[in-house]
Design a protein around this ligand. Structure first.
Ligand code: PGA
Length: 261
């Protein structure tokens, strides 16, 4: 906590054609100044990953997959395996709210995806968080517990510190209807709970070391308050990562704060 570089992941979701993604990367390359205190990660659509991997300057940005399948090869029409993404991405996002709730991914799918990424030396970015309904019924702790326990079920004590965890309350994702703001106090409480569960599973040292991010409604104006929230090691940024100036500002602020905390 606070000792590593801040991790800022821009999740472009299903936006940009391949050509537009290349242009967006080019604009980011020009707009983002060197940020030694930040690891900046871009997650374009799967179709853009390979061409962008040839364009990207690895010192400036790393790439992440938004989704992947956990088996290596076989009769799985339409899927891209993590094995096929090896050498292209450093990170792979899994458990993202939209995958769970729009595409029906279960805790079991996500557990296998986390294990598959680790098997191929790719860092899994495990997203967990409650829906608006679950929040209304005060089930946040239960959801964190269930999604964490099952997401990490195949992760050994040697591998656990390679996993990145994101607290991403579904009700705070900016594109969700009636999205609400998750206050830094709520973020702090959820992340404390996450580290508590990690401590229970893997011990105190791991709970302090593991990188935990926040995602949901982050923009250039509130980035500071989230990064100063206790326990937050970085941010998963959706909509604001599609706007060059907003994302560049977020990285710049993270770089300044990352040098201080
Ligand atoms: P948002 O998306 O930043 O548009 O709310 C959240 C996310 O990608 O975690």
């Amino acid at each position: 906590m606070g000792r590593q570089k801040k991790l800022i992941i821009g999740n472009w979701k299903m936006n940009f054609t391949v050509g537009e993604a290349s242009l967006h990367l080019n604009k980011l390359e020009n707009a983002i100044k060197p940020a030694p205190n930040v690891e900046v990660v871009l997650a374009p659509s799967t179709i853009s990953l390979q061409p962008l991997s040839l364009q990207v300057k690895p010192k400036q940005f790393k790439l992440a997959a938004q989704n992947y399948y956990w088996r290596d090869f076989g009769a799985f029409t339409g899927e891209t395996s993590i094995h096929q993404l090896k050498g292209i991405v450093k990170y792979a996002i899994t458990g993202y709210g939209e995958r769970r709730y729009l595409f029906g991914e279960t805790n079991k799918d996500i557990r296998r995806k986390v294990a598959a990424a680790l098997r191929h030396d790719i860092i899994p970015v495990l997203c967990i968080g409650e829906t608006a309904n679950e929040r209304q019924f005060h089930e946040t702790s239960d959801v964190i517990y269930d999604q964490l326990i099952s997401g990490l079920a195949e992760v050994t004590s040697e591998d656990i510190t390679k996993v990145v965890i994101v607290y991403e309350p579904v009700w705070a994702i900016s594109t969700v209807a009636d999205a609400e703001i998750c206050t830094p106090d709520d973020v702090a409480a959820a992340i404390k709970e996450i580290r508590h569960q990690v401590e229970y599973l893997y011990g105190k040292k791991v709970a302090e070391q593991i990188q935990v991010l926040y995602g949901g409604g982050v923009n250039e104006n509130n980035v500071g308050s989230y990064l100063l929230t206790p326990g937050v090691d970085g941010l998963l940024v959706g909509s604001s990562s599609l706007r060059v100036k907003s994302f560049a500002d977020i990285v710049e602020k993270a770089n300044i704060l990352g040098g201080k905390i």
